[in-house]
Design a protein around this ligand. Structure first.
Ligand SMILES: [Zn+2]
Length: 296
């Protein structure tokens, strides 16, 4: 297998009523954990690398590792630039063989978000690379604030969503409907009526960022209303922290226990990813042979 375009994976999920998880890769342990979970579940998977995580993970090193993994596995693997913020980073991702780019212009005003998103679509089209963009503003910040709170004034506007999709030609739209990055303050309260209306006017796969902390029931309802991709990172990071802390208590200062601790992190992150794949309904949906692939 080679890396797969995100549009191929999302269109299939959208049509068949499940969502594909997009899990952030920050190092080899996370990559291996995510891949182990996807293999066990025979699930397609989206590997996210966020621009804000670039101080922690080196693209030139991790992308060849991801391509090696994709070459061996029998399920669909997408490599997505998560929250691309700058054109140089987007161009770098394109040159490295990413099969999807998420451009985050949510901080811009509406017209400027359209203009810059169109630029990104123009860069990606010649390579058939999928483009996801965001309209409205998801609460919190990717890799930023610890506690995210969604602001109803920044929820995705339904009429703007229609215009935005028509004028940019994007393949997937990240919506703000009460979802938030980081940990939720109180219970997440998603605006399902708005989600349904956005689905009805756009007709393209929708994306839910800030997946950690949303209940299984809410995920399922969101998926039934057009969500085909769910971004998930905080829950993995928490599991890794807890595995590390728990292991430190038992290991104390034994210098040679570090590799064992890494294994615990891998196991716990894989467990969390498997649980999410189960909730998202993507297990058993790998069907790698049916999808369009790209040489890497
Ligand atoms: Zn996000």
């Amino acid at each position: 297998m080679t890396l797969v375009y995100m549009k191929t994976v999302l269109d299939k999920a959208y049509k068949n009523g499940y969502a594909v998880g997009a899990f952030n890769v920050i190092n080899m342990e996370f990559l291996e954990a995510i891949i182990t979970a996807a293999r066990k579940s025979a699930s397609p998977v989206i590997l996210n690398i966020a621009e804000v995580h670039l101080p922690f993970v080196t693209l030139d090193n991790i992308v060849p590792a991801i391509k090696a993994v994709a070459g061996r596995e029998r399920f669909d693997i997408v490599l997505n630039l998560d929250h691309g913020l700058t054109i140089p980073t987007i161009e770098k991702a394109i040159s490295l063989g990413f099969t999807s780019i998420m451009f985050d212009g949510s901080h811009l005003d509406f017209d400027e978000n359209i203009r810059q998103t169109r630029e990104v679509v123009k860069l990606c089209r010649p390579w058939n690379i999928t483009v996801e963009a965001e309209l409205g503003a998801v609460g919190g910040a990717e890799g930023g604030e610890l506690i995210g709170k969604a602001d109803p004034a920044k929820y995705t506007d339904i009429n703007q969503a229609k215009q935005f999709v028509n004028e940019t030609g994007i393949d997937a739209l990240a919506v703000a409907i009460g979802n938030s990055h980081g940990k939720y303050k109180g219970e997440p309260d998603l605006d399902f009526d708005r989600l349904k209306a956005i689905r009805d006017v756009t007709g393209i796969p929708l994306v839910l960022h800030g997946g950690s902390g949303i209940s299984a029931a809410d995920f399922k309802r969101a998926i039934s209303l057009g969500i085909a991709k769910i971004n998930f990172f905080t829950g993995m990071s928490e599991a890794a922290m807890k595995a590390t802390a728990d292991y430190m208590i038992t290991a104390g200062q034994r210098y040679n226990d570090y590799p064992m601790m890494m294994n615990r992190v891998r196991e716990q992150v894989a467990r969390v990813v498997s649980e999410q794949m189960d909730i998202f309904g993507s297990c058993g949906k790998a069907a790698a042979d049916l999808t369009e692939t790209k040489p890497v």
